[in-house]
Ligand binder design. Structure first.
Ligand code: ATP
Ligand code: MG
Ligand code: FE
Length: 347
């Protein structure tokens, strides 16, 4: 079955084609980052408008790349939430319009389920069950995954998401949006021993996260350096390094606890922050110590993309699911534990 996946939840227009026999056949992405950068963050109205401009040409590009025509598609999957409602509507309306015209099923997919299962697009894919650390721009969650749709939330951030914390730290350091990769690059030249930033909520049991205190700590450190006239390039790099170490360390500590608590040996790490090299190094060390194994999406599937949506759509379609045509779904807030498992496929 050939499933077209459409992602428009935020500032990336993503389209891909997943074939249940051949795997991922084609994918294309248009990032709006440059457009939003001048505002220091995503402007929702501009995002929706740009998705309307980019989506149809991207769909054509993917079909051309796959050497398929529209009427060879078997289903359309789109991101139904969570995300920016106007941006989601563009994907939902396009998917439902195409599905109606072609007379094929349509499925609204949960964006975080997409991130969660993105590692399934790799050659080294995890078997169920596993623990998943979802670290993106809007979410920081630990989830126990027993099968498609069998998700138990183990812990989550009580305030900022890890990616959001990276973006805010970047802003404080005078870096562009989105700041995660830029903070990481700056941190490469930093001295890890100069500052030690707090590891929030690691001194008590539990799997929840909090990153807002770390943000304040970072701002205070920068202001103190600045007040002393000591905020030079090296100091900025040292702050970036201390911040990155604190986030990575906090995430590793919580992953360790989640693996202990569940007794599982497989860890999936997905979402934009899973692209962070330092985090991956630290997780690898931790997994090696306990004979566990970590799985990640390839770099470009850590952040938003159409491939993960096409993949989830295909899996849910295979288990007999689809939505009513014309009932468009655009759900800005949608907790993942409200997702249901397909009725036909206990894991
Ligand atoms: P959500 O998926 O929660 O709705 P989102 O779609 O905006 O949010 P993603 O696209 O998964 O999030 O990830 C983007 C986030 O990942 C940004 O906050 C960005 O700064 C961060 N990020 C990307 N690469 C890196 C990196 N190398 N190191 C740290 N953070 C990174
Ligand atoms: Mg994005
Ligand atoms: Fe995302």
């Amino acid at each position: 079955m050939r499933v077209l996946g459409i992602e428009t939840s935020c500032d990336e227009t993503g389209v891909a084609l997943f074939d249940t026999e051949r795997g991922l056949v084609a994918d294309a992405l248009y990032s709006q980052i440059a457009m939003h950068a001048e505002y220091g963050g995503v402007v929702p109205e501009l995002a929706s408008r740009d998705h309307t401009r980019r989506l149809l040409p991207l769909i054509q590009q993917v079909l051309d790349e796959a050497g398929l025509s529209r009427d060879e598609l078997d289903a359309i999957a789109y991101t139904a939430g969570p995300g920016l409602v106007g941006a989601l509507m563009v994907g939902a309306a396009t998917a439902h319009g195409m599905a109606r015209a072609l007379g094929i099923p349509v499925l609204g997919v949960h964006h975080m389920e997409g991130h969660l299962l993105a590692p399934m697009l790799e050659e080294e894919r995890p078997d169920f069950p596993f623990v998943a650390l979802l670290v993106s721009g809007g979410h920081t969650q630990l989830v126990e995954v027993r099968g498609l749709g069998y998700y138990t939330l183990l812990g989550e951030s009580v305030d900022d998401a890890a990616g959001e914390a990276f973006d805010k730290a970047a802003k404080m350091l005078g870096l562009d949006y989105p700041g995660g990769p830029l903070v990481a690059r700056l941190a490469e030249g930093g001295d890890a021993t100069r500052f030690r930033f707090p590891r929030p909520m690691t001194d008590r049991p539990g799997l929840d996260f909090s990153f807002s205190g770390l943000k304040t700590h970072t701002l205070t450190a920068i202001r103190q350096l600045d007040a002393r006239g000591a905020l030079d390039d090296q100091a900025r790099a040292d702050v970036a390094r201390a911040f990155e170490e604190a986030v990575a360390d906090t995430l590793v500590i919580k992953c360790r606890r989640a693996l202990d608590q569940t007794g599982l040996k497989r860890l999936v790490v997905a979402g934009g922050v899973s692209a962070n090299v330092r985090l991956r190094e630290r997780l690898e060390q931790e997994c090696a110590k306990r004979d566990a194994r970590a799985y990640y999406p390839r770099g470009r599937f850590c952040t938003d993309n159409g491939a993960m949506i096409a993949y989830v759509g295909a899996q849910r379609l295979l288990s007999g699911e689809h939505d009513d045509i014309g009932v468009m779904k655009a759900v800005p807030r949608w907790p993942m534990d409200r997702l249901e498992a397909p009725s036909s496929s206990p894991a």
